[in-house]
Design a protein around this ligand. Structure first.
Ligand code: CA2
Length: 147
């Protein structure tokens, strides 16, 4: 069975608790449960994780190489700052989908640049929590096409 790492970055543990006008009312636990249900219906396994620490995220990306067929990454604000995350994704060569709840291109200009996009197979943003389901479907489709 195929296995995906769904990795969430800083402050995403606060989802549903603050700024609902930007990020909605769904909590990260709700999203984790939704991903587990959707993955099951697609016949894939998921490991769902969140960290507020760049180094921990990098370690998880390195470890994904031996274990997972793909990564869905919402790197949070590290998206816009982290050369280290870009290097980690490039080094493991595990197909990675960049994901954001909000449409980063419709927000402040500092959110328009992503260090993740150049090393991702694709980008999903602006669809809120449903983006996680879309990303699981997109990764399944990408792996099928590149089998
Ligand atoms: O839209 C996304 O998914 C983001 O990755 C979320 C990040 C933001 O820095 C990116 O530009 C876009 C922020 C995550 C913080 O989430 C919070 C949730 C509730 C309250 C405060 C922050």
């Amino acid at each position: 069975m195929q296995s995906f790492l769904i990795l969430n970055g800083p402050n995403l543990n606060l989802l549903g608790q603050r700024q609902p006008e930007v990020y909605g009312r769904t909590t990260l636990e709700d999203i984790r449960d939704m991903c587990a249900d959707h993955a099951k219906s697609c016949g894939v396994e998921v490991e769902f994780a969140q960290s507020n620490h760049e180094g921990v995220m990098i370690d998880m990306i390195h470890q994904a190489k031996a274990v997972h067929d793909g990564i869905i990454l919402n790197a949070g604000a590290y998206t816009h700052t982290s050369v280290a995350l870009q290097d980690a994704i490039a080094s493991v060569e595990v197909p990675t989908i960049e994901l954001h709840l909000s449409n980063i291109h419709a927000r402040e200009t500092f959110r328009h640049h992503s260090y993740i996009s150049p090393v991702a197979v694709g980008l999903i943003c602006g669809f809120g929590a449903n983006g996680y389901r879309l990303a699981i479907d997109a990764l399944c489709g990408w792996l099928e096409e590149h089998a």
